[in-house]
Design a protein around this ligand. Sequence first.
Ligand code: NBG
Length: 801
Amino acid sequence: MRMASAESKALVESMQRHLFFSQAKSASLATRHDHYRCLALAVRDRLLRNWVDTADTYTREHVRTATYLSAEYLLGPHLENNLVNLGLVEAARQACTSLGLNLQELIAEEPEPGLGNGGLGRLAACFQESMATLELPAIGYGIRYEFGIFRQQITPHGQVESTDPWLAQGNPWEVIRPEWSYPVQIGEHTVIGVAYDTPILGYGVNTANTLRLWSAVAPEAFDFASFNAGDYTRAVLRKMQSETLSKVLYPNDELDQGKRLRLSQQIFFVSCSLQEMFRILRGQGLEVTEFHHKFAVQLNDTHPAIAVAELMRLLMDVHGVDWDTAWSITTASISYTNHTLLPEALETWGVELFEQLLPRQLEIIYEINSRFLRMARIRYPGDFQILQRISLIEEGPQRRVRMANLAVVGSHHVNGVAELHSTLLKQHLFADLARIWPERFTNVTNGVTPRRWLAVANPPLATLLDEVIGERWRTHLEELEGLAPYADDPAFLERWQAVRDLGKQRLAQYMRKELGVLVDHTSLFDVQVKRIHEYKRQHLAALQIVERYLRIREGENLPPRTFVFGGKAAPGYAIAKLIIRLLVGIADVVNMDPAMDGRLKVVFLPNFSVSLGQLVYPAVDLSEQISTAGKEASGTGNMKMALNGAVTIGTLDGANIEIRDCVGAENFFLFGHTAEQIEQLGHSGYHPMPWIEQDPVVRQALELIGSGYFSEGDGELFHPLLASLTSHDPFRVMADVSDYRRAQNEVDEAWINRSRWARMSLHNTMKCGFFSSDRSIADYAERIWKVAPVRVQASADAPVP
Ligand code: NBG
C-alpha cells in the first residue's frame, strides 16, 4: 500500500502536469474526457521506458523477429489493460480518488479502436499481448482505419448502422513516425504509407512491443498546376483518392461492392510492412538474403496473402536477387493461418482487376503457378482435375486468383485454429495440397489472454483466485487447476456463487441504466454474443425462445431465464439482419407479456464490442455455442465464457470439442449432429421438411413467427428467413432443433440444483488453462516461427515521467 501511495502521488502530479501542458486547461474547465486523457498520458509516460528499452534491446541484439500481418486488430480500450500490465490499478484508483475523480468513469471515456470485425481481429489483439508477455520479439502490422467497424443501433426495426469516428477526439496511445513511410504503386497511382505506432505492453515484464499501423497519404498535398488553373476540386482530388485507402474497415460477409478498394488496402499494408522489414534488415547491417533468418512472417488469414508475390517482387526487382533464391527466402519466411472453411469467405480476385492494380505481382503469381504446376504434374501425371483444383488460378467465365492457394504454396507452415478445423482443412479445402506437402499442415488451437479476459474483465474472480491459488495464473493459466481441492467444498462454492452474482449484477445494472430493461440477476443468464451469421445459428436460439414462451403460456413451470444476445450483422447480409429483427421482435413481445414476468426475458445488447464483452463474459451462466458442426473454425468467445465460469451448451464444432475434453462431458451440454453426420446429411439429399413434420413443437413456433406475432401483425416480414429454414435450411437448423431442446431441458434441471451448477461452473474455470493465448503463441514461436524470448533490460538512465 505504501508503494501504491508513492506511485499514486506521482500519478497525481503527472495528471496535473498533463492537464496544463497537454490539455492546456485549468481544472475548472476540464471535462471528463480531459481527465481521461491526462490519466492515459500519465500511464503512457510510464510505459514509454519499456517501449524504448525494448526497441533498443531488439536493435542491439539483432534478434530474430516474428512479424504478424493482419488486416484487423480488435484491440479494445488500452487504459485499463495497461494499468493491469504495469501493476498500477490501485495507484491509479487512489490518484483519481484524491483528485475527486472516478477511475471507472475515466476508463469508460476511452473510445475503443474497432479495427476488426470479430474473432479474427480479436485473436490478433490477444496474440500481440501474449507475444509481449512472453518476451518475444514481434511487430504487428496492419491498417490504421480512420473509421472502424460501424456502430450498431438497435431500433424496433432491427439494426441501424452509423460510422465510428474513433479518432475524433485524438488518440493518446499512438505515435506517428513520418520518417518511416513507404511508397506503394497501385495501378497508375502511388500512395504513401505512414507508420503509426502503438505500444503493446507485456504483463510483468519490461517488454513493450510495437503494433505498427499504416495510414495512407498522397505523395503531394495537392496538384499545383490544377490549383493555379483555378480547378480547386481537381487539385485535391488525387489526395482524397489516396487517403480513401485507409479510411474504413470492410465489414466481412459483404457483397462484391468496393472490392477494388479492399485489394488496394491489402497490397498497401503488406507492401509497407515488407519494405519496412528490409529497412530494418539494412539498418542492422544484414544482407537481403538473410531476410528469412531475421524475420518470420505470419499471414493472418488470406487478407495479407499478396505478401507471397510482393516479397518475391521486392527481392527480385528492388534487391536484385534471382528467382530461385528469392523463392527459397519467401517460403522460408512466410507461414499462413486459415480461419474459415466457408467457401464464400475464401478470397479470390478477378484476374482483370488484379491486372489493372497489380500487374507485376500478377506476372509473378503466374510464374509461381507455372513452376508449381510443373512440379505437381510430375507427381500426378495426366490428372488434370487435380491440377485444376490446386492451381492458383481458378478457370471459368471469369478467371480468378485464389489467395488461399497462393498462401499455401508460398508458406512453410499452414495451420487451422482448432483440432477439428485443421483436420477438415486437410480433408477438404486443401486436401490435394496436403497430399503434396503433408508436413506443411499443422494445428494451433486458439487462445485468449487471461489479462484482459480475466484480470481486467472480472476483478471479483481475479481477487478470489489470488487468494486461493496465488497470482501466477495471470501468466500460467494452467495453475487454475489449483482450484481442485475446493471443488467440493460447500463453503467455497458459496463464495464462488457470490462472485458470479457480482458479475451478473453488474450486467443487470448496465441493462437497466442503458436500455431501461429490468432483469432479475438471479435468473439463468443464457448468452449468445458473436457476429450474427446463419452458420452460428442465432435463429436456432430464437426458435427455442419462442417454444419456451409457448410452454410458459400453457402453464409450464420453467426456471426463470434471461436470454442475452449481442453482435453485428454485415450491413449487406439481409438474412442476418432479419435474424436481429426477429430477436428484437421476440424481445418486444416477451418482455411486455405479464405472463412472462419473472420467468422469461430477452435482451439484445446493441453495439457489441470488446468493452461490452468485458462486461458480459463474467455474467454468463450458459454459453451458447450452437454453430452447425464443421462451420465454426474455432470460436474464442466460447473460451472467454468458460474461463469466467460459464457452462457451455454446444455442438461438436471448433474449439467446443477441446473445451468439452478439458472440462469434462459432465460439465458441458452437448447436442446436435457431428461434422461428419452433417456432411452425410448433405450427401443423402437433405430436406428440412421431414424433420419439421415430426416435430409439432417447432412447427408451432414457426407458425407463430409466420403469423406476424413478433412483427406487429406483418406476416410477410420474416418470410425470407422462414422460407430458407423450411425449403433448404443450409445450416441444418431443423436437423438439430429437437436435440437442442432436449439439451436445454437438461440445463433447466441442472440449474435448479444450485450447488450442482456452482460445481459445474467452477470446473469450467478450473479446466480452462489450456485456452490461454500464451499457450497458442508459445506453440507458434517454437514450432512455426522459431523465435525465442529475449529479456529486455531496463536502462538505468531513462527520464523520469
Ligand atoms: C474466425 C472464425 C472463428 C475463429 C476466429 C479466430 C474469420 C474469417 N474467422 O471461429 O470464424 O475463432 O476466426 O481464429 O473471421
